[in-house]
Design a protein around this ligand. Structure first.
Ligand code: HEM
Length: 413
């Protein structure tokens, strides 16, 4: 191959890398990059990430369904990667259901499902409604930040209630979760942030250990207590498992639900006819939440390892190679969703993968849907004059996986 030809290929490959998300313009609108990947190289070897990037709906489903979720690096590997400080994090991750395969995953998920029943979610409904109404009532309609004043506190207060810890702790829980999620949503560890991420982890571990001790004396209804009581054929959670899965449930639920609300409101403000549809016909709300999840997926991608040597989309993937399944790209695959870049609240079917697929399908999906429905109903009904503030600038969080705005300045006068 001539040097010129090599350069051309390098340029082409570089153009398809998910690393382009580091460019703020691409981060603001990643969908053309995803479309390019889907049409030019749907199972793409990204040499910069050293991973396969999968963008077609059918392939993403296959990866989520069949590939290995157990991907926590061992302390030895972290040492070799020059990031030994992360082994403390890995110790917690190995106990979290998201990073396990059957039968370890089935065990934890089953025990957890005793703790998070449909009945418990129904009880939370009234609380969510009143928290959301209170937040809207306290808003300064002349001008406010939809993220800081609604999209952040609603899921944070609800999460505290769900866990059964004091609601007034929500700011602290949110701070830890926000810092820790820097690591969850990004491809590469940023050593400059190690201290902050580790401090957040240690804070959460201590917090949940204390919560367990307190709940032995003064039980409160919620996930911590339910995890303590969960039992299946004599099998129970260890204390370390309770702590690890409380952290996962908290971080997994907080950032994503904030971004569902923030990204969804932005879509409605950019296309006011959509907001009008919700005002005129609130029965559209459940379909709207699904469509907003599809259109601007809060969790854009996840990772797996190939379980064996396997062919996917005509490419030979080797056992244990990393594979990034881009749910946000699958959710705009025209083979699956006709006119994928159009928002249609009556889209049927709408089997998006914003909550994942298969064994790891989001554990909190029912709660997230309920929060989303309450939030969009209240916003569309109670804030009839909602619009973007003059001169408002949109800045996306530099988290490449958990897609969300830093702030969304609006007025509702
Ligand atoms: C709009 C909001 C949410 C979105 C978009 C979302 C998205 C996801 C996705 C994509 C996965 C699968 C990841 C994978 O397979 O690698 C997942 C798993 C999970 N989610 Fe959510 N999530 C949301 C809200 C919540 C809430 C509110 C909770 C807490 C109650 C929660 C707890 C979890 C847990 C514990 C898992 C791991 C399940 C397992 O491994 O079996 N999520 N979520």
């Amino acid at each position: 191959m001539t040097p010129a030809a090599t350069d051309q290929i390098d340029e082409q490959v570089a153009g398809l890398s998910l690393y382009n998300l580091l460019d703020p313009e691409v981060l603001a609108n990643p969908y053309p990059l995803y479309a390019k990947l889907r049409s030019e190289d749907p199972v793409h070897w990204d040499p910069f990430l050293h991973a396969w990037v999968v963008t077609r709906y059918d392939d993403v489903v296959q990866v989520l369904h069949k590939f290995q979720a157990d991907r926590t690096p061992t302390p030895e590997l972290l040492e070799a990667m020059g990031a030994p400080e992360l082994s403390e994090i890995a110790t917690v991750m190995v106990r979290q259901m998201l990073f396990m395969d059957a039968a370890a995953h089935t065990r934890i998920r089953q025990l957890a499902s005793y703790a998070f029943t449909p009945n418990r979610i129904k009880v939370l409904r009234d609380h969510i409604q009143s928290i959301a109404e209170r937040l809207i009532a306290n808003i300064d309609r002349k001008g406010f930040d939809m993220i800081a004043e609604f999209a952040v506190p609603l899921p944070a207060i609800v999460t505290a209630e769900m866990l059964g810890v004091p609601a007034e702790d929500y700011r602290q829980l949110k701070d830890w979760s926000f810092t820790f999620s820097e690591m969850l949503g990004n491809f590469q560890h940023n050593p400059d942030r190690s201290d902050a991420v580790l401090a957040a982890l240690r804070g959460m571990i201590e917090y949940f250990r204390n919560a367990i001790v307190q709940q032995k004396e003064n039980p409160r209804e919620g996930l911590v207590r339910s995890f303590m009581l969960a039992e299946h054929n004599g099998d129970r959670f260890s204390e370390e498992e309770i702590v690890a899965n409380c952290i996962l449930t908290m971080v997994g639920g907080l950032e994503t639900t904030t971004n569902l609300i923030g990204n969804g409101v932005l879509t409605l403000l950019r296309q006011p006819e959509l907001m009008q549809q919700l005002r005129d016909d609130p029965s559209l709300i459940p379909g709207a939440v699904e469509e907003l999840l599809r259109f601007e997926s809060p969790s854009q991608h996840t990772a797996r390892l190939a379980p064996t040597d396997v062919v996917l989309g005509g490419k030979q993937i080797k056992q244990r190679q990393a594979v990034i399944a881009v749910m946000a790209a699958a959710n705009r695959d025209p083979e699956r969703f006709p006119e994928p870049d159009r928002v249609d609240f009556t889209r049927t079917p709408n089997r998006h993968v914003a909550f994942g697929w298969g064994a790891h399908f989001c554990f909190g999906a029912a709660l997230a849907r309920m929060e989303g429905q309450i939030a969009f109903e209240l916003i569309s009904q109670k804030l009839p004059n909602l619009r973007m503030a003059d001169g408002a600038e949109l800045e996306w969080r530099d988290n490449l996986g958990l897609r969300g705005l830093r702030e969304l300045r609006v007025t509702a006068e």
